[in-house]
Design a protein around this ligand. Structure first.
Ligand code: RIB
Length: 297
């Protein structure tokens, strides 16, 4: 199954701190690491680990070979990634001991994607079964419309939240996958079932809402399924949502039941948060199956 993951390529600069700083506060960092990241890269890897053939699409700057070489070494097709001038996107990530984080995002080359690039990408991969998007690149709206015109189903992870997200053509989205705070911000509702009802009215397709340690919900209007989260000792939650996204959508596209898809995705993200980093720590499908068989005994 061929999936296009159209998204951001970031170099993640990760600072481990004793706690997340207050405004105006200076803190010594206990550890500094550089990781492969960006929602596009992370989701590309998650789809690949779950079992898909993945075309990673996006744009990097002069310092971006680190990301494309890494994807290629991990069996993801990165030959369509555009290499431009200037800096690759990067993220400054502050991580607290309980794994919670806050981020500063520099868009860099991710913001230089053009409609012409999107058209070339879709022309070259008309046989793809899904185009996966997030909201860290230019041309998301264009890509949603162009994918639909090309007859390829779409998935949107509307993250990170900005007010402009409300303007996207949600009726072009077949799978909308997002977390609780993104859902609340987009709909203005608080209760998860109200959030889901509003999102179902906005988009024609299926909605998957993650609720952190409260689990996740799948809804297609007719069917609604929820599964609890697995309890683990988190050290870094960066990339948990991306891991969930890749595993959940791959399973659904393969015909798994919504319950199985949510369970596998929850297990994959539960494993991922026990390790520092994002894309590099996404587990293999075998690891996910082993985890599930241990937890379900
Ligand atoms: O979803 C996690 C990702 O968000 C990080 O890898 C960071 O680069 C930002 O894009």
């Amino acid at each position: 199954m061929k999936i296009i993951v159209f998204g951001s390529f970031n170099i993640d600069k990760v600072y481990s701190l004793p706690y997340l700083p207050e405004r105006g506060e200076t803190l010594y960092c206990q550890k500094y690491e550089v990781h492969v990241g960006g929602k596009g890269v992370n989701q590309a890897l998650a789809f690949r680990k779950a079992g898909a053939e993945v075309i990673a699409a996006g744009r990097v700057g002069e310092d971006g070979d680190y990301l494309t070489d890494w994807l290629k070494a991990n069996d993801v097709n990165a030959s369509f990634v555009e290499h431009g001038e200037g800096y690759t996107g990067h993220t400054i990530i502050e991580v607290a001991p309980d794994g919670q984080n806050q981020m500063i995002l520099f868009g860099g080359a991710n913001l230089g994607i053009t409609p012409e690039y999107c058209d070339r990408l879709l022309d070259a991969h008309r046989d793809a079964e899904l185009v996966m998007m997030q909201y860290e690149t230019s041309c998301v709206e264009y890509m949603l419309e162009a994918s639909k015109k090309a007859g390829i189903p779409t998935a949107l992870n509307p993250s990170p939240y900005t007010e402009k997200l409300k303007e996207l053509p949600y009726d072009m989205v077949d799978y909308l996958i997002l977390n609780e705070s993104e859902g609340k911000n987009i709909t203005g509702k608080n209760d998860p079932s109200d959030v889901i009802d509003s999102l179902l009215k906005l988009c024609g397709g299926k909605v998957i809402l993650t609720l952190g340690d409260k689990g996740s919900i799948y809804s297609s209007g007719d069917i609604s399924v929820s599964v609890p989260a697995f309890s683990v000792n988190a050290v870094d939650t960066t990339g948990a949502g991306d891991t969930f996204t890749g595993y959940c959508l791959y399973e659904l596209l393969c015909g798994a039941s919504p319950e199985t898809a949510l369970k596998k995705a929850s297990a994959a993200s539960a494993i991922e948060v026990t390790r520092p980093g994002a894309a590099e720590t996404i587990p293999s499908a075998d690891e996910v199956d082993e985890f599930l068989s241990r937890r379900e005994k």
